[in-house]
Every structure is written in C-alpha cells, then in structure tokens.
Design a protein around this ligand. Structure first.
Ligand SMILES: [Zn+2]
Ligand SMILES: [Zn+2]
Length: 212
C-alpha cells in the first residue's frame, strides 16, 4: 500500500477511534464519575440546563484532544506503520472530534434538516431527558449497540422548563412546533424556581433524567 492510501485508511481508523472514545469518555469519564473532575463536572452542568453555549471548556477540550493526537496516535501510528499512518491516524482523531463537537452544538441550537440530523437529535435528547445512562454515543449508534446501551423511544418527552435549551423545538408561544410532534412531547409545567433548579442539578449529577 502506498503512503497516500495507507494514510487515508489510517484517517478512517482515526475517525472511528474518536467515535469509540466519544462513547467511552461520555459514559465512564463523565456520567460514571458523577461530577468528579472537570470533564465530568462540565458535562453534567450541560445536563442541568440542556443548553449549549461557547465556553472556555471547549478550548480546553480541543487542546486535550489535539495533545492526545500529537503525543499518542501520531507516534504510535508512525512506530507501527510509518509517518503517513501516524499523521492519518492523528488527523482522523482530531477531525472525528471536531465532527462530534459540531454536530452536538448544532443539535442543541438548530432544527434537523435531514434524516441523520433528525436521528441524532432524538438519540441525544433521549439521553438528556429520558435516560442519561443510555445513548452515550452522539454521532453514531454503533457503540451503544455493541454495549447494549442504545434506546430508541418513539417519542421523547421534554420537560417544559428545559425546552428553552432547544429553542428550535418551540414556536413563538413556547409550544412544540407541529413538525416535531411525531418525535417529541412537552411534559410538566413551565416552572423554574430555586428548589427546582436544585433538584435538576442533583438529578443531573446523579445521571438521572430530570423529573417532568
Ligand atoms: Zn447535549
Ligand atoms: Zn451526557
């Protein structure tokens, strides 16, 4: 195999290496740790509000992923099969992560435009609102299927007070847009006070679904 082809194959392997780590990190380094360490804490705070905003945590995550690519996958691939494989593996890893970050942010911020985006949102928002210990993969269902953590309900119930984290789901009156009625239902009352915020936080840090 020439260096170009082996580099491309290594790139595909690198992307999929990320998808595996997307699952493992999300499940074991975020949800299983219940807020211990910055990665877990920041992720569970994301569960408290279900919103998405740019924070410095994102830069830290990019830095960490780039460091792992440069310090682990690049030398490992180079040592095993040469520099083209090392570069391909590391580049695939970093781009796989970029794809994940982009899709995750878009899922919270923008309505789906195709079958993949519709699937990804339902899959991920069931993780948020239905069962945080299911659907740890965000971009692909493969590892959830392998580890038996995939759940695919017909309709995802979204607590009203948290639906603002997914603005695209709601119309101007704060009701569910008709085009999403096949996939989502708003539940509970639109009440947010200090007590409810405390409950939401405690349940998120216990990796439990928010109560309606
Ligand atoms: Zn999310
Ligand atoms: Zn999560």
């Amino acid at each position: 195999m020439g260096p170009l082809l082996s580099g491309l194959v290594a790139f595909a392997v690198g992307v999929n290496l990320w998808f595996l780590f997307e699952y493992l990190l999300h499940r074991f380094a975020m949800h299983e740790l219940h807020g211990k360490g910055i990665m877990s804490r920041e992720h569970l705070l994301h569960h408290v509000t279900a919103g998405w905003g740019f924070t410095s945590r994102l830069l830290l995550a990019w830095l960490g992923v780039a460091l792992v690519g440069a310090a682990a996958w690049l030398p490992l691939g180079t040592w095993l099969l040469g520099p083209a494989v090392g570069v391909g593996l590391a580049a695939g890893w970093v781009l796989g992560y970029g794809f994940y970050e982009f899709q995750h942010a878009q899922a919270h911020l923008r309505a789906p435009r195709n079958r993949y985006e519709r699937w990804l949102r339902k899959h991920h928002f069931h993780h948020h609102f239905g069962h945080p210990m299911a659907n740890h993969g965000v971009t692909i269902p493969f590892w959830d299927i392998v580890f038996h953590t995939r759940e695919a309900p017909d309709v995802v119930p979204v607590p009203r007070r948290l639906a603002a984290g997914l603005g695209w789901l709601l119309d101007d009156d704060g009701e569910l847009r008709a085009e999403f009625a096949a996939d989502y239902v708003l539940v509970g009352i639109d009440r947010m006070d200090e007590r409810q915020a405390g409950i939401d936080r405690a349940r998120a840090f216990a990796s439990l679904a928010p109560n309606p």
